[in-house]
Design a protein around this ligand. Structure first.
Ligand SMILES: [Fe+2]
Length: 252
């Protein structure tokens, strides 16, 4: 059974965080062997400022080291990946897909079934890039994406999987002004009645544990894995076949 490593809010390009990510990746490669036994889930804000030329490439240089070592890496975008962090631009939706998934036809939820685990990656910036709400950094999935998620959850591929993991950038529980997921109630309704094994997210850099929220066993805020501005940086490793009490912070 493959294990999951949850990373978030890397903010490559900010201060010395690029080299910190490099160190984290080196330690992961050294300590987590065989790498093919791990799936790395990154819940957005991969870069600090997508408008800075070469920032996606800088991040990928390190993420590709994980891929080359044998880790499977799954990513979703955060507000910083679609612009400066406080001001988004819809051009980056396509750019992000092209760069990180190598195709622009990918639709969210992005479904990956690996080792009988269904991973469903959401774009919580999907409805935040209109002229009237692209400032600030609240998240919104939008009705269309939620409908696709509902369809996916009812479909055979997900139903026949042994475990289900939902991951996104924005925090669904924390009603901080400008920092919460606007349609979190609708997400809760979409997920209820389906057995979700883990809900993973980032954005607030809190790094807290919300296990039991919405009746889901594992609910983790990934903090900021590179420790932006000294905020919490848990590097949680989980084995979905075991009780969450066995999850741990690998402190890469
Ligand atoms: Fe962030």
């Amino acid at each position: 059974m493959k294990k999951i490593i949850h990373l978030s809010d890397l903010h490559v390009g900010f201060g010395d965080l690029t080299s910190r990510l490099g160190d984290i990746v080196t330690r992961m490669i050294f300590h987590k062997t065989p790498a093919k036994g791990y799936i790395v889930v990154i819940t957005g804000d991969i870069v600090e400022d997508a408008t800075c030329k070469g920032s996606y490439e800088e991040a990928s240089a390190h993420l590709n080291r994980l891929n080359d070592a044998g880790f499977k890496v799954l990513v979703v975008p955060g507000n910083h990946d679609y612009g400066t962090g406080s001001f988004g631009n819809s051009d980056y939706v396509k750019k992000f897909k092209k760069h990180f998934f190598e195709k622009t036809t990918i639709q969210y939820p992005k479904l990956d079934i690996i080792d009988r685990i269904a991973f469903m990656g959401l774009d919580s910036m999907a409805e935040e890039l209109h002229w009237y709400d692209r400032i600030f950094s609240e998240g919104e999935l939008g009705g269309k994406q939620l409908k696709r998620l509902a369809t996916l959850l009812k479909g055979d591929q997900v139903k026949n999987s042994k475990y289900r993991v939902v991951y996104l950038h924005h925090h669904p529980f924390h009603p901080t002004l400008f920092h919460h997921l606007k349609d979190s109630d609708a997400l809760e309704k979409t997920l209820e009645w389906h057995h979700i094994d883990a809900l993973l997210f980032g954005h607030n850099h809190d790094g807290r544990v919300w296990n039991g929220g919405w009746g889901i066993k594992r609910v983790y805020d990934g903090g900021t894995s590179t420790g932006k501005l000294g905020d919490r940086h848990p590097h949680r490793v989980m084995d979905l076949s075991k009780d969450p009490s066995f999850d741990y912070d690998a402190q890469f």
